[in-house]
Ligand binder design. Structure first.
Ligand code: NAD
Length: 357
């Protein structure tokens, strides 16, 4: 018998090739007539395309989204929102652009339509991380949950191969940790298993042919499922490690997730037999931590934190950070074992106890 509490987050999700064309109707549904479109500088062209599609309902583009949602950028955007009397936000891009959109919604309560172009999953979570003076803090509030998510596979075809595979591994990490979450439940478990399987099957196809629309669609479907897992249940060691190491050593988000995931899962493995069995089944491999390492390796993803610029001398500090501000984890936090995981992840070695295979 299994006891659980399940709270579903509200979501309106449009999922199909060409769905960006549905954006004007979605804006009308929200009674939006003075829209600010958000993007990064790199995706300014995509934002211009969105603006053209919205016609007179688009008042301006703010192409200033950057990684880790710095409060100073948000304040600039919020000033534009006030100045232009904006009544809705449209964000096109990955987690960074969606983060800015959420940060604006947090301060203004404006409705958001988001058009994700990576597999990070932020579009379906009520979570917002913001950075002030180099310190990233995270909060969870339904105020930041986007009203509409438009998944248009065609917008992901140009996501560079390297970013595609690490972003996909980032998505898998959400589902893996959902499978052993303290507040897990059978609905989220189903989504997690389906999400991990669909992503693990599609990434090798995308690595071979980045324009494989069928595989891209499967990956986007998986990203939605995995993001929903992240938004519904609590995360543990893996997400904590990525958060603290990313912030302390200025490591890129998706790559850090991709590298650490096999090691964090390996650490928790003895405490989570049911999650391991589910992962073994969906990955079709009796050793899920090693299977994820091999998947990343086969995809040509970076395997070592040292490849991302983390200094070797940072391993001990990282272990101390992982032990600070205690948080729930299925296996109690043991500094030496955690240090071992970080050291293996730093060197790009396979998950420790399996490296003799
Ligand atoms: P990102 O949004 O930073 O994108 C990386 C780069 O790729 C950017 O320059 C972006 O413009 C570009 N890009 C995105 N899609 C593209 C495409 N299809 N084609 C070409 N270029 C494209 O990367 P990300 O990994 O999606 O997001 C990382 C950020 O999101 C981090 O700050 C992370 O903390 C946050 N995040 C938050 C949540 C949450 O629930 N709050 C979840 C996941 C990630």
């Amino acid at each position: 018998m299994r006891d659980f509490t399940y709270t579903a987050n509200p979501a309106r999700v449009l999922f199909r090739s060409g769905s960006l064309a549905m954006l004007p109707d979605e804006a009308k549904r929200l009674d939006a007539s003075r829209i600010l479109v958000l993007s990064t500088q790199e995706q300014h062209d995509s934002a211009s395309r969105v603006a053209a599609l919205l016609g007179s309902a688009c008042v301006d583009i703010f192409p200033g989204a950057v990684m880790h949602t710095p409060v100073a950028t948000t304040e600039q955007a919020v000033a534009r929102v006030a100045e232009l009397e904006i009544d809705a936000i449209v964000a096109i891009g990955g987690g960074s652009t969606i983060g800015l959109s959420k940060a604006i919604a947090l301060r203004t309560d404006l409705p958001q339509i988001v058009v994700p172009t990576t597999y990070a999953g932020s579009e379906v979570t009520p979570i917002i991380g913001e950075t002030r003076d180099g310190l990233k803090t995270t909060q969870t509030t339904l105020k930041v949950l986007p009203e509409v998510v438009i998944y248009d596979v065609d917008l992901t075809l140009g996501l560079p191969r390297g970013m595609s595979v690490t972003s996909g591994m980032n998505a898998i990490a959400h589902a893996v940790e959902a499978l052993y979450a303290r507040d897990g439940n059978p609905i989220i478990d189903m989504m997690a298993v389906e999400g991990v399987g669909a992503m693990a099957r599609s990434l090798p196809l995308i690595a071979r042919d980045a324009a494989d629309q069928e595989a891209r669609s499967d990956a986007q479907y998986a990203a939605w499922l995995c993001g929903t897992c992240l938004g519904a249940v609590g995360m543990s060691l893996h997400h904590k490690l990525c958060h603290t190491l990313g912030g302390r050593f200025n490591l890129p988000h998706a790559e850090t997730h991709s590298i650490l995931l096999p090691h964090a899962l390996n650490y928790n493995a003895p405490a989570v037999p049911a999650a391991l069995a589910a992962l073994a089944s969906t990955l079709d491999d009796p050793h899920p931590a090693y299977a994820l390492y091999r998947l990343a390796e086969g995809l040509g993803a970076p395997l070592g934190l040292r490849d991302l610029g983390m200094p070797e001398g940072g391993i001990d500090e990282a272990a101390d950070l992982a032990m600070s501000n205690p948080y729930w984890n299925p296996r109690p936090l043991e500094r030496d074992a955690i240090r071992g995981c970080i050291a293996a992840a730093w060197a790009g070695e396979p998950p420790q106890s399996l490296d003799s295979r």
